[in-house]
Design a protein around this ligand. Structure first.
Ligand SMILES: Cc1cc2nc3c(=O)[nH]c(=O)nc-3n(C[C@H](O)[C@H](O)[C@H](O)COP(=O)(O)OP(=O)(O)OC[C@H]3O[C@@H](n4cnc5c(N)ncnc54)[C@H](O)[C@@H]3O)c2cc1C
Length: 476
């Protein structure tokens, strides 16, 4: 066994292993699944020749990640494709707002709110790099306090409040609601606005790109780079208990609090164990993938300029949809996040044919089949969509969890992104990555900065582990 072990080869596990290997530590990654990548994997879910992203598909956080940006990912096979627009947001009148790279261009679709959109996003875009550095980490003394305070003043609001304050019209409010709904929070609760601001900022600052060939390429590149540094990866082995890992230190766990309790619950002090037991998971997802005989026939044809399309039209409709899971209800007209990668990446489907990927939020652990409701939402903005379906794959919360045990009840973010769990997840400690067990760290999206394919949880956890190893006791 290597000196250090990382359990789980998701983006954060791989990032943690890379940081250790870069520091000269011999490291082995042990992964339960047969392939690396966790939530960033691709597979032929429908028909031969159709490559689907099983989980993540669009990677603004991947290109913006301060850690991934330092890695030679292109040399290891990553080619980012940036569609002309980050996002399309269609409306019932057959038009759509396209989020273009520059806030000025985006604002042109927003009518009366063009000034408001620019006023909100242009200063953030100007500060993008330092802001993202501060946002993609644990609670800390910010490197750029003034910029962060400016962001925080708006970000701390509920999305509905900020949208109504910043914009007068339905279009800009709807687009902002769609961005904020990535939080999987109720939109009338803080800090849902923070997600709207961050995703809008990313759209303008770096775009919303996808890797040619699928998300698996990003994971394979991380694995390939790790191996080039001497790291080892063992797939197809689920770790059942920390005891299996012997004397290896540090141990970094790309698992949720529930995973940590299963691996080492009996060894944890009561207070910390209770903290993990109290940790809250968020809504689940119901996900569909389709093999299509042709492109999605959007009524607003310009939707074909973006790989991501948000379906839900207005702030009011999206807010109603996002409030339902928290009450244990499903939305009859769910807000749907859709990706159409094959429009920009011909490797995803046979010539002339296409793939599409979509999901909506449902109560944690829901068993309701959302296929009909999701397809009705697409049909609403793209009449004739159903006629193009050649085959479909459906994954509800239970199947998601079976696919990747980190998706507890179908929660794809490793825990709810509430105010109390955003920067201090999973348990409030000086270093949220450390555990009371010496040399044992959490590095999954259940630690700051939370969900998404950015590797920053793994990066910060590994740095905390290295500090502890080198005797800097600050990390505990
Ligand atoms: C449907 C869906 C859509 C998404 N869309 C996007 C998107 O477009 N963009 C984006 O940035 N993010 C997206 N995400 C979120 C993103 O996939 C996750 O936030 C990210 O993968 C978290 O990375 P991680 O390394 O923390 O955990 P994971 O990626 O979940 O990896 C954890 C790994 O640990 C392994 N593991 C767990 N326990 C053990 C054990 N005991 N022994 C061995 N191995 C173990 C698991 O098998 C898994 O491979 C999406 C997720 C889903 C499900």
């Amino acid at each position: 066994m290597a000196d250090a072990v990382v359990v789980g080869a998701g983006p954060n596990g791989l990032a943690a292993a890379i940081v250790l290997a870069q520091a000269g530590v011999s490291v082995r990654v042990v992964e339960a699944a047969d392939t690396v990548g966790g939530g960033a994997r691709s597979a032929e879910l429908t028909l031969p020749g159709f490559v689907h992203d099983v989980c993540s598909a669009i990677h603004p956080l991947g290109v913006a990640s301060p850690f991934f940006r330092t890695l030679p990912l292109a040399e290891h096979g990553v080619e980012w494709i940036e569609p002309p627009a980050a996002l399309a947001h269609p409306f019932d009148d057959g038009t759509a707002v396209l989020l273009e790279r520059s806030p000025e261009a985006a604002a042109s679709d927003l009518g009366d709110d063009d000034v408001g959109w620019r006023r909100l996003f242009a200063p953030l875009v100007a500060d993008a790099e330092p802001l993202l550095e501060d946002l993609l980490g644990p609670l800390h003394l910010p490197a750029h306090p003034v910029r962060l305070a400016r962001f925080g003043a708006r970000a701390a609001a509920p999305a509905t409040t900020l949208a109504r304050f910043a914009f007068r019209g339905e279009r800009a409010r709807g687009v902002f609601a769609g961005l904020a709904a990535h939080s999987m929070l109720r939109l009338d609760r803080p800090p849902s606005a923070a997600f709207g601001l961050t995703l809008g900022l990313l759209a303008h600052a770096v775009g919303w790109p996808l890797p040619r060939g699928g998300s698996q390429r990003l994971s394979d590149a991380l694995a390939s780079y790790l191996r080039s540094l001497g790291g080892e990866i063992e797939t197809g082995r689920r770790v059942e208990s920390l005891a299996e890992l012997g004397e290896a230190r540090p141990i970094l766990l790309d698992v949720t609090p529930r995973g940590l309790l299963a691996l080492a619950g009996d060894r944890l002090p009561t207070r910390y164990r209770h903290g993990l037991e109290r940790y809250r998971y968020g809504p689940g997802v119901f996900k569909l993938d389709w093999a299509l005989g042709g492109p999605i026939p959007w009524q607003a044809e310009e939707c074909a300029r973006a790989a991501t399309v948000h379906l839900g039209a207005t702030l009011e409709e999206i807010a109603v949809s996002e409030a339902a899971p928290g009450r244990g209800e499903i939305a009859e007209q769910p807000y749907v996040l859709l990706a159409q990668p094959s429009l920009f990446d011909p490797t995803r489907a046979p010539a002339g044919q296409h793939t599409a990927w979509a999901y909506c939020h449902v109560p944690n652990g829901s068993t309701v089949d959302m296929t009909e409701r999701i397809e009705a939402q697409i049909e609403r903005f793209a009449p004739g969509f159903r006629e193009r379906i050649l085959a479909r794959s459906a994954l509800g919360p239970a199947q998601m969890e079976r696919y990747n045990e980190n998706y507890v009840g179908g929660d794809i973010n490793g825990g709810a992104a509430t105010l109390s769990q955003l920067f201090t997840r999973p348990v409030a400690r000086l270093s949220p990555y450390s555990t009371p067990l010496p040399g044992v760290f959490l590095c999954s999206s259940s630690t700051p900065p939370g969900g998404g394919v950015h590797g920053m949880c793994g990066y910060h956890a590994a740095r905390a582990a290295l500090r502890q190893t080198s005797g800097d006791s600050n990390t505990n």
